[in-house]
Ligand binder design. Structure first.
Ligand code: HEC
Length: 280
């Protein structure tokens, strides 16, 4: 029993690690390797705690745990009793102690060996997880795909050919994004704080859905508004711009005074309607 106990503990660790990682790694393709690893760790800890709890606490037998930790830490001859284990050789006053290797150190070593075996089987025999190079290529490929999707959707929706969305669902989407990301500078009702009032007919960067779309997409970095094109897809920017247009004329209380020029929607929808503003 005395000798078997640590082995049982180690086997519990191994078993729970293998169990949780195999189920998780099976899904790694869906949730990403990093997340899978973190979850494996959490699950492992969870299993170990449960097993400890069931075996020892529920059975009212915590003595082996206490013994195990005592043995792991207190096996080494303490400094006060070193004289007894001092070896005979003496090199210029430097002597050697015949002390034991602390058991926890041995367990750690054993754990690294087990880890290495699992690692070897996982990465090089079963090849269930990709090696770093493959993982890197995978990430590059998926980033490239994302970029293509973005470019493709941008080709469809850009400031040259754009109409305001009118349907309730789009306006609601736009409103939710506006409330989450824009109100800190533009105010709850778009009445303006640091950023200008978005409810009047005066625009610094041009009114109308195309100009508003372009301003949100490119931002005004010099004045403190970031470019939102890395945060939102073109479709989402279109929704937000459409929502902003619904604020026209709402005249919320405490609105910021007008800035920029009076915007009059051009009669003919020409591609050069961008940046056409009538001077007030
Ligand atoms: C950190 C503060 C800040 C945040 C957050 C912010 N803006 Fe702005 N925004 C500004 C400032 C400042 C300006 C004025 C730029 C200028 O003076 O040229 C501006 C200008 C604009 C304009 C042009 C107004 C005009 O008169 O031409 C639009 C449209 C706009 N913001 C929309 C948004 C939207 C939509 C969001 C959220 C997705 C947002 N802003 C978030 C600070 C902000």
């Amino acid at each position: 029993m005395k000798n078997k106990f640590p082995i049982r503990i180690i086997m519990l660790f191994v078993w729970s690690f293998v169990f949780s990682s195999s189920t998780l790694l099976a899904q790694a393709a869906d949730i990403g390797t990093e997340t899978a690893l973190i979850m494996t760790g959490i699950l492992t800890a969870f299993f170990v705690i449960i097993i400890f709890f069931v075996i020892f606490v529920l059975e009212g037998n915590i003595e082996p745990i206490v013994k195990f930790f005592n043995a792991a830490w207190a096996y080494v001859v303490p400094q006060s009793a070193e004289k007894a284990i001092q070896m005979d050789e003496d090199f210029d006053g430097i002597t050697e102690l015949d002390n034991r290797i602390p058991p926890w150190f041995n367990y750690l070593f054993g754990a690294t060996v087990i880890f290495a075996i699992i690692y070897l089987i996982n990465y090089h025999v079963l090849k269930t997880s990709p090696l770093p190079q493959a993982e890197f290529s995978e990430e590059l490929a998926s980033a490239d795909l994302m970029r293509r999707v973005r470019i493709a959707s941008e080709g469809e929706i850009n400031e040259d050919k754009l109409a305001a969305l009118k349907d309730d669902a789009s306006i609601k989407e736009g409103m939710e994004k506006f409330k989450k990301n824009c109100v800190s500078c533009h105010g709850n009702e778009g009445s303006g704080i640091v950023g200008p009032n978005l409810t009047d007919q005066y625009w610094i960067h041009g009114g109308g859905v195309k100009n508003i779309f372009a301003t949100i997409k490119n931002g005004v970095p010099a004045k403190g508004m970031i470019s939102w094109k890395l945060v939102f897809t073109p479709k989402e920017i279109q929704q937000i711009a459409s929502y902003i247009l619904t604020l026209q004329g709402t005249n919320p209380p405490g609105g910021k005074p007008q800035e920029g020029n009076l915007w009059v929607e051009p009669k003919i929808e020409a591609s050069d309607s961008v940046k056409i503003a009538v001077k007030s």
